[in-house]
Design a protein around this ligand. Structure first.
Ligand code: COA
Length: 259
């Protein structure tokens, strides 16, 4: 039961979470959000896993948004509770390891917000992205009004949010909403290759990089630079730093243990 809506697969150091509601274009219902949050909490504790990929089942969609069927008849209090309980967008944001969204099709509303809460977005050339909430008389509630302008700038974000327009992957790449576009059949290979590259690096360094970069959008430059310097000092207490420097000097590949 617990894994019905989210398939979990671990291969080596990379975990893949696949939203598994293809007949509903992988719309995020309450159960799916809960399973995603639970999966992340487990993966956080699993030291074997160094990178997490999120994608959607089927050919058509990454995630076509929140499950609109669940909106009908919901009271403000119901909605408030849903958004507060195990908020999956916050869970992705706070997750300490690198995350990659493999955007294999429609990436709309809450789907686009989930992708934006991931660290890196790689899209298939068939993907379509957008925040169409305005068409339902609502606004994004999973961080869309906050993360979209940080990625693409105020004007472009407001244009997408005001119109609800869906854009193609190449346009999403042009505005900075996705980081790479690849032909649809190659998407997962490319994402796994990237995940593998990242997973071969020092988990300690990855964690500190993520911490420092997350701080950059929340703090002043001065504070961020101070934070970076403190984390830089902290990196010098790790075995990974000793291994990385030794390996470089000995002209061999490092074997990072994440300690
Ligand atoms: N919530 C619930 N169900 C959804 C959904 C969503 N966000 N998006 C798609 N579905 C369901 C459809 O109702 C349909 O179910 P059915 O076969 O039981 O009728 C199924 O997924 C297939 O979708 P369909 O609309 O038939 O596919 P399409 O190719 O004609 O259109 C979209 C694709 C993405 C353009 C269209 O589904 C859509 O606009 N979805 C809503 C997107 C949205 O507004 N998201 C933001 C929500 S806040």
């Amino acid at each position: 039961m617990a894994e019905e809506n989210v398939l979990r697969e671990i291969e080596g150091r990379v975990a893949t979470l696949t939203i598994n509601r293809p007949d509903k274009l992988n719309a995020l219902n309450i159960a799916t959000r809960g399973e995603l949050s639970d999966a992340l909490a487990e993966l956080e504790e699993n030291d074997e896993v160094r990178v997490v990929i999120v994608t959607g089942a089927g050919e058509k969609a990454f995630i076509a948004g929140a499950d609109i069927g669940e909106f009908a008849g919901r009271t403000p209090i119901d909605q408030f509770k849903v958004m507060g309980a195990s908020n999956v967008f916050d869970a992705f944001d706070a997750f300490s390891k690198p995350t990659i969204a493999a955007i294999n099709g429609f990436c709309l509303g809450g789907g686009c917000e989930l992708a934006m809460a991931c660290d890196i977005r790689i899209a298939s050339d068939r993907a379509k992205l957008g925040q169409p909430e305005v068409n339902l008389g609502i606004l994004p509630g999973g961080g869309g009004t906050q993360r979209l302008p940080r990625l693409v700038g105020l004007g472009t974000a407001l244009k997408l949010l005001y119109t609800g327009e869906l854009i193609r992957a190449d346009e999403a790449f042009r505005i900075g909403l996705v980081d790479e576009v690849v032909p649809a059949p190659d998407l997962m290979n490319r994402v796994r290759e990237l995940a593998g590259t990242i997973a071969s690096k020092s988990p300690v360094a990855l964690r500190l990089i993520k911490e420092a970069v997350r701080a950059s959008v929340r703090t002043s430059l001065d504070e961020g630079l101070r934070h970076e310097r403190a984390l830089f000092g902290l990196a010098f207490s790790s075995e990974d730093k000793v291994e990385g420097v030794d390996a470089f000097l000995a002209k061999r590949q490092p074997d990072f243990k994440g300690r």
